[in-house]
Design a protein around this ligand. Structure first.
Ligand code: S3P
Length: 176
């Protein structure tokens, strides 16, 4: 997105449990825009949960569905999008992000992501099993460069969804 342009959509990226959905919902309601969560759309299309897709069909099939959903959502306007934590690191993902998309990386540490994810209920498929914090640390390391491609980065460790949504609105206004 070039300076002076009003974004047509906002794309939130970041690790699992970095707050993409809660910030996205708050932001959409402030802007009067729609909110779409990649995982929710995938689940509705597949008729099963993300966990079931991973177990029954495998990660490759999940990524195929995810890529199709991303391609559709990334051309919609006046929409806040919460991508899945792994989507930005898939080959070709960022090619779908056009110049009118304001992308924001919500930064969180692996330990905090694991703490939040454990509180939210059943663990995400990629965090199941032992040594969760170590695995989250390794995954984040691999993915960090892809998150860094977002135009803005905000600290989602210290700030909550309301503050972060406010910050994004501020950035939108400032970049105009
Ligand atoms: C994944 C993150 C999840 C979901 C799936 C895979 C990942 O989304 O898409 O479990 O690869 O990091 P959230 O980031 O919303 O948890």
């Amino acid at each position: 997105m070039a300076n002076g342009d009003t974004p047509e959509r906002i794309l939130l990226v970041g690790f699992m449990a970095s707050g993409k959905s809660s910030v996205g919902r708050e932001l959409a309601s402030r802007l009067g825009w729609a909110f779409e969560d990649f995982d929710t759309v995938i689940e509705a299309r597949a008729g099963k949960s993300v966990s079931e897709i991973f177990t029954e069909d495998g990660e490759a099939e999940f990524r195929r569905l995810e890529s199709g959903v991303a391609e559709e959502l990334l051309v919609r306007t006046e929409v806040v999008l919460a991508s899945g934590g792994g989507w930005p690191a898939q080959p070709g993902s960022w090619n779908m992000v056009t110049g009118h998309t304001m992308s924001v990386w919500l930064q969180v540490s692996p330990a905090e992501a694991v703490r939040r994810a454990s509180q939210e209920g059943p663990l995400r498929p990629l965090l199941e099993g032992g040594d969760v914090t170590n695995r989250a640390t390794a995954l984040l390391l691999v993915r960090e460069a892809s998150y860094r491609r977002a135009r803005y980065a905000l600290d989602s460790e210290q700030y909550g969804p309301l503050e972060l949504a406010g910050e994004v609105v501020k950035l939108m206004t400032e970049s105009r």
